[in-house]
Design a protein around this ligand. Structure first.
Ligand code: ZN
Length: 257
């Protein structure tokens, strides 16, 4: 596929909706859970830690989870050129919405407006109380873990605290999914980046965008179930391809002169 052609689609688009998955953050040093080098592929026990039923019923699982949060590579991660390319799209006035399956907030750290980012799996940078629903900055709870509380409880209600993310076995937030699907239906160009497009209902955003007439582009290292119907499939490095297509045809040709 000619990158220049996709660049032209982006130039012509007015309401781009991007859907991002773990693949966009691997170049920032955050491992993909399901990929060949993924956390769950290499250590199936890690999946148990992210199951809500185990988490709520077993203090040992919670203690291990807090240690794992404390040591997450995400705390030291910086946005990479793939994230910055999506910021460039927003600055060009083209980004209608950014739906992400990631919980690392690297899109917001890169400079995308928080109100454009739809976090379908929540964020690891906040905590939430399973008892009273209170939310706050995750670092405040991590400080308590560092200070020696292995399984800190809510200071208001004594409830179990957890990262404000969707664990396995936990319901997605219907309002957030509705917002994502509505945005997908308003897209004139839909770009799926670093996602296997296998996790529903989020992957269904692709069908909704395509059904509403959007052009569709997939940027992912591995094949996805939608490759055959996408208008373009780009399988090289996200942090190289995304900047190359996002900067626009005119500036791309200027930089070659
Ligand atoms: Zn509480």
């Amino acid at each position: 596929m000619d990158l220049d052609e996709v660049r032209g689609w982006i130039d012509d688009a007015r309401r781009i909706v991007a859907l991002t998955g773990a693949g966009i953050s691997t170049d920032s040093g955050i491992p993909d859970f399901r990929g060949p080098q993924g956390v769950w592929t290499k250590n199936p026990r890690a999946e148990k830690l992210s199951n809500i039923h185990h988490y709520l019923s077993d203090p040992e699982v919670r203690k291990a989870s807090w240690q794992s949060r404390l040591n997450s590579p995400a705390w030291n991660a910086s946005p990479n050129p793939g994230h910055l390319a999506l910021v460039a799209l927003e600055r060009r006035g083209k980004l209608h919405a950014l739906i992400t399956q990631n919980i690392d907030e690297l899109h917001q750290l890169a400079g995308n407006s928080p109100e454009r980012v739809i976090e379908v799996h929540g964020t690891m940078r906040k905590f939430m109380c399973w008892g009273c629903g209170m939310r706050g900055p995750m670092q405040k709870v991590l400080e308590r873990v560092r200070a020696g509380e292995p399984d800190p409880k809510c200071r208001d209600c004594g409830g179990i605290l957890k990262s404000d993310t969707i664990s396995f076995g936990q319901q997605l937030v219907p309002e957030v999914i509705d917002r994502a699907m509505q945005a997908a239906g308003e897209a004139d160009l839909f770009i799926a980046v670093g996602t296997s497009l296998q996790v529903y209902p989020v992957a269904g955003a692709f069908d909704i965008a395509r059904g509403a007439g959007a052009k569709t582009v997939i940027v992912n290292a591995e094949p996805t179930p939608y490759d055959a119907v996408a208008d373009a499939v780009l399988s090289s490095s996200i942090s190289e391809v995304l900047p190359a297509i996002a900067r626009g045809r005119e500036s791309a040709s200027r930089s070659l002169q």
